[in-house]
Design a protein around this ligand. Sequence first.
Ligand SMILES: Nc1nc2c(c(=O)[nH]1)N[C@H]1C(S)=C(S)[C@@H](COP(=O)(O)OP(=O)(O)OC[C@H]3O[C@@H](n4cnc5c(=O)[nH]c(N)nc54)[C@H](O)[C@@H]3O)O[C@H]1N2
Ligand SMILES: Nc1nc2c(c(=O)[nH]1)N[C@H]1C(S)=C(S)[C@@H](COP(=O)(O)OP(=O)(O)OC[C@H]3O[C@@H](n4cnc5c(=O)[nH]c(N)nc54)[C@H](O)[C@@H]3O)O[C@H]1N2
Ligand code: SF4
Ligand SMILES: [Mo]
Length: 745
Amino acid sequence: MSETPWRPTACILCECNCGIEVQLGGDDDRHLVRLRGDRAHPASRGYACEKAHRLDHYQNGRDRLLHPQRRRPDGTFETIDWDTAIREVAERLTRVRDDHGGSSIFYYGGGGQGNHLPGAYSLSTRRVLGSRYRSSALAQEKTGEFWVNERMLGGYTRGDFEHCEVAFFLGKNPWFSHSIPRARVTLREISRDPNRTLIVVDPRRTETAELADIHLQVKPGTDAWLMSALVAILCEGLVDEAFCAPDNVEGLDEVRARFADVPVAEYCAHAGVEEAQVREVAKRIAGASSVASFEDLGVQMNHHSTLVSYLHKLTWLLTGNLGKPGAQFFPTPLVAIADGKTKRNSPVTDARIVGGLVPCNAIADEILTDHPDRFRAMIVESANPAHSLADSPRIREALGALDTLVVIDVAMSETARLADYVLPAATQFEKAEATFFNLEFPNNYFHLRPPLFDAPEGPLPEAEIHARLVEAIQPFDPEPFDALRAAAEEGLERYAQVFMEKVAFDSKLNVIAPYVLYRTLGPSLPAGMASGAVLWGLALQCAAKFPASVARAGFEGSPMDAANAMFQAILDHPSGVVFAVDEWSEVRGRVGTPDKKIHLALEDLLDELTRLESGPPAADPAFPFTLSAGERRAFTANTIVRDPAWRKKDGGGALRLHPEDAAALGVAEGERVRLRTERGSVEVGVTIDPAMQPKHIALPNGMGLAGDDAGSGGIPANELTTTAHRDPFVGTPWHKNVPAHLERA
Ligand SMILES: Nc1nc2c(c(=O)[nH]1)N[C@H]1C(S)=C(S)[C@@H](COP(=O)(O)OP(=O)(O)OC[C@H]3O[C@@H](n4cnc5c(=O)[nH]c(N)nc54)[C@H](O)[C@@H]3O)O[C@H]1N2
Ligand SMILES: Nc1nc2c(c(=O)[nH]1)N[C@H]1C(S)=C(S)[C@@H](COP(=O)(O)OP(=O)(O)OC[C@H]3O[C@@H](n4cnc5c(=O)[nH]c(N)nc54)[C@H](O)[C@@H]3O)O[C@H]1N2
Ligand code: SF4
Ligand SMILES: [Mo]
């Protein structure tokens, strides 16, 4: 008997999207029965963590949606057919546009951890509706970092952890959250090697901190003081003068002058870290041949988040850690997921919009108002804002106040339950899918995954949903479409020619290119791969922008020839393919600021620095605990998997608590406490964790989904958070630092 074939795909539970191979089984052959890492995947090379083995809970999950749903006046849902759904959604959105302008239609989401093709196709729907504002989860985590990077460097950077001498993790626990390829292998290698140093800044002695050579166990919410002290020490004589020479780098003198005033000993004390240890870190960073560095939610969802992003960039820029092996680089993206540019502010609250993303914490206020420019309709796709945005009660109220809410999802999520129309999408194993988080160096890969099987009768890939919406909103002359379809049958070269003639310079068609590609190139692609059509356009943009990198990956010639070859290679490699090969010597040349220099002095953030002088605020006696609301653990994956049974451990999402606090409250392991914040109050079981600091408590993310038995599925963290608690520059929430009160239940 021949063995069941192993089919290549990817894990969709975090941004790494490790390549995996799957054996199908079950009575309908639609279950992901056995899984293993795919050795042919260019980045993960056979690696996968424990979560991937439980992916069948996503594919055959509770709450799966199979048919379009329409809300009845009494709030219940009825099943409708696709024609009715598309017609009515198009009518409702068109009416909002005609009455109030396309700007009043807001788009949220576009991709989770495993899928970004929906976001690409939604562009066409947004364009025909004239929708201008959008957002996604990035606007509650990365926008501060994007903005700082844009102004200092004119581009987004990542670190080369595989080759670094020193690895620096700031508010990040990659042992569980990954975000770098083969995280645990890389962490163990650094930890074991006596010549390499792993540095972790985290109030908790995390699994990553356990492996670290140096753990700066900062007091919660005080990273700004710690990082200012670190920068001040670097300025005292540890700066890489050659790297920071004035022909390349602006602002060194000003930074030196401003940090000369930082009282290092006092700031270390504020952060609860020994000055000697901070000095040791400064020396290690400055003395290393290379430092790779990663900041994440522990600081990005915390007090002074944008300031800390800035201080963080200063540590590795002052020490010359850009553009050499083991240091920071600018990845070559097949498509840039967001930039740090600021073009306009939000229409109602005038919030700063970074990379085109309205701050998540402003969204409710952009809806719940009688301002004429408020958002009145919303399309939510592949995201679950009713659960993931701060202050869930208020978000529910805002979503309920919209004229029309349309949700495109695979499951009846918390957000879908509030929608006027829910449009069911095929799962990520039932259609071609990909993510745009291509952030490797020097070899950057792209992975377009073929479907494992067809979708059941009912759900559609987002590309098809958007194509139908576009056609219902604004029908187009069929002539160019017929010509393009015929050309596609003759091959990519001919298609490219006709595309240049009919679409590239047509102002009506080129803005909806994803739709045009899907309808014309899509049908000629291999079975199940039509959703990949948009990648042809993206490959063309990439080949035009990074000709040398794509040529080194073997895609040579004119941008069009290179793009055709790249697109074909993407289709031909179901385990992923390297589409760009960079060189370290190119990195400095990719600094994208207007004058091509690195800018060390950002005035507004240097001014913010002076506001640290008064020290961290004292805890409010009414809320003596600091709650980190939304920690990544062994079995959390945002809200991608809905059945708590998928978790092998910690199904109830226990509150972590230091033994001292447990003793003071008189609670034992597994007993329940009442946890109260300014926003809400819940009862939750505790786990006693000596890795925590006293008075610091933590709840996991992605818990407490609608339909879970009370308590068994954990606490939805955002019932406890508020929107006012946010960064002054870009509005990112302080989810990791929520003042809280605890008592025995
Ligand atoms: N298992 C799992 N992995 C995931 C995800 C998931 O849901 N589950 N989600 C993915 C997503 S969307 C993201 S954005 C990433 C996030 O990845 P991470 O940012 O690594 O995730 P968190 O666990 O939320 O936060 C990281 C750390 O911040 C620390 N922290 C809390 N307060 C402070 C503080 O005041 N200062 C400092 N320095 N640190 C602090 C916490 O103790 C925690 O260890 O993970 C991705 N990977
Ligand atoms: N308090 C607190 N809040 C947080 C965080 C925290 O740490 N603390 N973390 C924040 C962060 S970093 C993030 S990234 C967000 C995550 O929150 P969101 O960005 O809102 O997204 P997810 O929870 O990942 O939900 C993804 C949705 O996509 C659906 N889905 C899965 N596959 C498909 C598909 O193929 N097509 C479609 N259309 N839908 C699909 C799933 O069913 C699910 O409803 O949460 C944020 N919220
Ligand atoms: S959850 Fe684990 S297996 Fe899945 S992509 Fe992330 S690191 Fe890879
Ligand atoms: Mo995230």
